[in-house]
Design a binder for this molecule. Structure first.
Ligand code: NAP
Length: 744
């Protein structure tokens, strides 16, 4: 452990960075005596007046004599001469560190002076600063919340590293370590190149003959982009020369980027331009979110813990439109991407799961504009136009993305790895990998017990002649597995068919037909032949019946309710929740039925009703699989007993939905007995209490609706994932009459 305070700290160079660090030390009394060397007596006089140093010297050797810690805070190019000058005066145990913006040349300077870098030397670089310089510009909070990169060598002493780390932590910086080479290469791209461009742009424009006009009319973009051209010329001169190779490499990369843009502009290639701009915009958002530690969708984020509190009572009234169907949103991007032409999507669900699919296809080179208030334009690349992604595809929490993409990726002539968040990483992927292997795919589930990451070796499959059509009898009813196999079948030799043991969602089959691809459906078997093509189309995504389900249940259980849900997708494979609620005595009216893009759509009016417990018919289970958490709340409010069987699938959803719902209902005073493949729920009076959703969005929304019939407040923890399927759940629920609030 580092023991503060030290006896003496010496600075060589005492400008913005050095004096800021001295301010931290003074404020926290980390040192008894501070000495400094500077070429200017004025700097030293000012530093003394400000109380930042005890004594200043012109000769760096005098400043470091007797110091426990020496901090080099002058321009990097002076490092070698300074080290030579201070070497004879340094005490043997003195720890030396620096703050230079490049590290390779600082380490080289130390090697030149000592033959090898002393073990007490800890190279460092605070990623903080400003365009101002000098002792007056310094401030104690300059480093707070910023990163400091230390680049220790294998020979660096652990105690020396600990001391320097502790110092920066005292300055409230985030300390991380990396190799010297990596530091210089990363910084060349993220810091040095942008400065070079800003200097160059301002200089180039300033030299043009009408420069006064240009600057007079300069817009905000110019000001933002060129702010850093106000930085200290000497310092940057040093940095570019010091980090020459990495900067030149970064500049080469940038120049090839601008050449692509130039060519696209010259030839009027709008697709290439849009591709670059949309990718850049998304990448920037992605990095901004990453840096801020948040997920894609705002304001609810998967990173933070979000708690809902629902006050008891209320009724549900009005006309609402819930967000677009998640399954259809996913498929619109997937099929749009592999179709020929531009697919226009409206009503797209901007939840994290569908956004993960969108990002995956962008990563594979597809130009996708939007989403902008539910509108997306997908510039299809055809069945053979996907490109390898630059790295693993990250699909967040989305099982649909991972399973359907497994099918598509198995047929690509390149290798891909798919990863997801902690919850997805626990979900079974062998069920899709197995049939794909039967088709000749080289696909591995590399997690423990057949779970993600999923590694797809498309190249080796292609080398062996590609996929072959198969007939697959699905052991477990799963729309995702059926879809994954059928999608792989688009590229397979011959016919691919899938028979399902029970009806599952048929969005893929319907949408393939919408894209002009022939799919035969006979009884429980869907089949298609590989080698055709998909033609771009328009898709108006219906509202998601899974999101509507919470409101169907809510208006049924809350007294005096009368709620109409507009434009709801009523695909026959999804209407289990309507059928089950009706069987329980629910007052639901489905009207204004129409067909949009191959999918049936209707408005649904729900009024309160006294529900009664039923034995849920097993043939309805696959048609309502995602709606059971909401239906369990209906069962809790019903008269009598509700029994669910044949729903073991619920145990491997985003959470073990049977157990998690049973636990929550028990806390609220309802008798709920889990069984291996279902649950037995005894209707009763919901009480108040605190339940945990285990990060499962549907559990969180279901318990929220329970508040309507509870006799006290319900607190629901871990609700951040609601954004994955229902971005404005809270707003819409409040508008209808639910007394709900959220807190972090
Ligand atoms: P600054 O405010 O200009 O201070 C530089 C200090 O170094 C002054 O005290 C200067 O004083 C002294 N100095 C200049 N040339 C020297 C030489 N040849 N020999 C000895 N001393 C010399 O600059 P700064 O922003 O603090 O930068 C210092 C270091 O921090 C640089 O290595 C820079 O790469 C690094 N850094 C800067 C930033 C930033 O945003 N500014 C961020 C991270 C890291 P005299 O001229 O009086 O000697």
């Amino acid at each position: 452990m580092t023991r503060w305070p030290l006896r003496q700290v010496a600075f060589v160079g005492f400008g913005l960075i050095g004096s800021s660090l001295a301010r931290v030390m003074r404020e926290q009394q980390l040192v008894e005596r501070i000495t400094a060397a500077s070429r200017s007596s004025q700097t030293l006089a000012l530093a003394r007046q400000l109380g930042l140093i005890d004594i200043g010297y012109a000769d760096p050797a005098d400043a470091v004599r007797g110091a426990d810690l020496v901090i080099l805070a002058m321009p990097v190019n002076a490092t070698e001469s300074i080290l030579r000058a201070i070497k004879p005066a340094l005490s043997a145990q003195a720890v030396i560190t620096d703050v230079g913006s490049t590290k390779g040349n600082v380490v080289a300077a130390a090697e030149a002076v000592w033959g090898e870098v002393p073990p007490t030397f800890v190279p460092g670089h605070p990623i903080a600063g400003s365009e101002q310089s000098g002792v007056l510009a310094g401030r104690a909070n300059l480093f707070a919340g910023h990163k400091v990169i230390l680049t220790p060598l294998p020979t660096t002493q652990a105690e020396a590293l600990a001391l320097v780390t502790s110092l920066w932590q005292r300055a409230q910086a985030d300390v991380l370590t990396m190799s010297v080479e990596r530091h210089d290469s990363v910084l060349a791209r993220t810091s040095h190149l942008p400065h070079l461009l800003a200097f160059s742009l301002v200089d180039t424009l300033a030299r043009e003959s009408n420069n006064l006009d240009i600057f007079r009319y300069a817009a905000g973009g110019f000001r933002d982009f060129t702010r850093i051209a106000g930085s200290d010329p000497t310092m940057w001169h040093d940095i570019f020369l010091a980090n020459r190779d990495a900067v030149l490499e970064a500049l080469d990369g940038f120049e090839s980027g601008t050449r692509l843009l130039r060519q696209a502009i010259t030839t009027g290639d709008s697709e290439a331009l849009l591709g670059i701009f949309t990718r850049a915009r998304v990448a920037r958002e992605h990095f901004t979110h990453m840096l801020a530690g948040t997920a894609y969708a705002k304001p609810m984020t998967a990173e933070k813990d979000l708690t809902y509190t629902v006050q008891p009572g209320g009724r549900m009234n009005g006309r609402i439109r819930v967000p677009g169907d998640k399954s259809i949103s996913h498929r619109s991007i997937m099929l749009g991407s592999i179709a020929e032409g531009i697919t226009e999507v409206t009503g797209f669900l901007e939840g994290e799961d569908a956004l993960a699919t969108l990002q995956a296809f962008r990563d594979m080179g597809v130009v996708i504009e939007g989403p902008e208030r539910g509108r997306v334009r997908v510039h299809g690349v055809g069945l053979h136009g996907l490109k390898p992604a630059p790295g693993p595809l990250y699909v967040g929490n989305s099982g649909t993305s991972m399973r359907l993409l497994s099918g598509i990726l198995s047929a690509q002539p390149f290798d891909t790895v798919m990863t997801g968040d902690a919850s997805l990483t626990k979900r079974p992927m062998e069920r899709i990998a197995k049939p794909l292997r039967l088709m000749g795919a080289d696909i591995q589930t590399t997690g423990e017990r057949g779970t993600p990451p999923v590694s797809v070796h498309g190249a080796s499959t292609a080398a062996k002649g590609g996929l072959k059509g198969i007939h697959y009898d699905m052991p477990v009813a799963s729309a995702q597995v059926k879809s994954g196999v059928l999608l792989a079948g688009l590229w397979a030799d011959g016919e691919t068919s899938v028979t399902e043991p029970a009806p599952t969602r048929d969005h893929t089959e319907r949408m393939l037909k919408g894209f002009g691809y022939e799919v035969k459906v006979q009884g429980a078997t869907a089949s298609l032949r590989g080698g055709g093509k998909l033609t771009a189309t328009k898709i108006d995504v219906p509202s998601d019946i899974s999101s509507a389900a919470f409101f169907l249940v809510a208006a049924s259980i809350a007294p005096n309710s009368d709620l109409t849900l507009e434009h709801v997708g009523i695909n026959p494979t999804r209407v289990g929740v309507i059928n089950i609620l009706k069987a329980m005595g629910g007052n639901l009216e489905v009207f204004n039925e129409r067909e949009i893009g191959g999918e049936p759509v209707a408005d649904i009016r729900v009024r309160s009703a006294q529900l009664k417990g039923i034995n849920i018919p097993e043939d309805q289970v696959p048609l309502a699989i995602d709606e059971f958490p909401a239906l369990f709340i209906a069962a809790a409010c019903a008269e009598g007993t509700t029994v669910l069987t044949g729903a073991e699938e619920l145990r491997v959803k985003e959470s073990d939905r049977i157990q998690v719902m049973a636990d929550g209902l028990a806390i609220l005073g309802i008798s709920a007995e889990p069984t291996p493949d279902g649950i037995v729920i005894q209707g009763g009076q919901l009480g108040s209490g605190e339940v945990v959703s285990h990060g499962d969005h549907r559990i969180a929304m279901s318990f929220a609706m329970a508040g309507l019939r509870a006799n006290g407040p319900i607190v629901i923890r871990d609700c951040a994932n609601v954004a994955t399927s229902f971005p404005d759940f809270l707003g819409l629920a409040k508008r209808c009459g639910l007394a709900i609030s959220a807190s972090e």
